[in-house]
Design a protein. Sequence first.
Length: 229
Amino acid sequence: MSEFGIDAIRGVPWPSNGLSEVPFRLYTDPEQYRLEQERIFKGPTWSFLCLATEIANPGDYVATTIGETAVIVTRDAEGRINAFPNRCVHRGNLLCVERQGSVKEIKCIYHGWTYDLTGKLTGVAFERGVKRQGGMPPEFRKDEHDLAPLKVAELAGLVFGSFGSNTPDLESYLGSQHPGITEQLEAVFRKYQGHLPREHPAFVFDDVPHQPAQHAGGNPHRREWRPSL
């Protein structure tokens, strides 16, 4: 058994045929789900974000998700690709509601905090207050409240992102695990050319606790199909 989820599965009874059946609890247990979100989607892994053609011009953005975390992918004025959480650092409001568009800056409609296309905080509404009333405290520094950047890489026209600070470079990561992946990605890119389906970001609830599905059958284990060798 790999170290992934090892703490969560301790004490879970496994069937005698453990190679083809998995305890159903591992599919529905909230703690196991939390570990998967943390170690897979926020760990040292790469996740597909968008096609490079979807953000072809400076100012273009795509709103997507990694696991349950809403993410914005942008192309800045210098032509670089950036990615960061689609949540304002002030009160966690969703920044980009539309799935795709082109903007000069990203502004939170809740309290008016403004970010540039690299995720840098550039403006705070009423930062100095009104008529010397309210506003941010004297020690407030905008450069301490930027959107946390993801690692970003492009390969064969596809853009990937990672939350992991120690994630290996994309080609090494893919090449070591999936030989010939570059050719496969190029084939996918040629086939779809910007037409991959994507969920609407307004329906991403990355701050809502997971509600596991209820097991409706009598079998406490789920059978996993495996090809014959």
